[in-house]
Design a protein around this ligand. Sequence first.
Ligand code: ZN
Ligand code: ZN
Length: 161
Amino acid sequence: MVPQQTAAERLQACGNCGALNEENHSLCGPCGSPLKITCPKCKTINASKRRACSNGKCGFTIGDYFLVLRWLRDAKLALARDEFTVAIPLLRQADALWPGENRVAELLAKVGQRQEQIDRCHKELLKLTRDRRYEEAERQLDSLRPDRIGSSRSCEIGHGN
Ligand SMILES: [Zn+2]
Ligand SMILES: [Zn+2]
């Protein structure tokens, strides 16, 4: 006779917050984290509470997943404030620990775009102040504020003039 699993044994512990979830759930109820994590090295699907990949030949540190997520979140916040010296090392760390994570590559691309934009604005500002077009320079500077990203296109004023 196959021993019956008790209800508690069938529950899945969340690797992030430790909460117990029903066996058929894919996301943790309290914190929304995935309860299954695909190993980036061998693609084995693991329970998120595991420290090492369940594939004995692999042994990848699956438990780092939530650390990588935290770094991604912190990098996003830093990027929103144009704190590149904070965001870039976090993203590089995440990339080293969890290779092939698309969100890391996406954020690194965003960092590059934003840096280019700031660089372009800087040049434009120099030009405007040299020409004593201070009001335009002021508008330009305002459009560069991190909280204006997306709501206005920085440094496009003056282009084509
Ligand atoms: Zn959780
Ligand atoms: Zn693995």
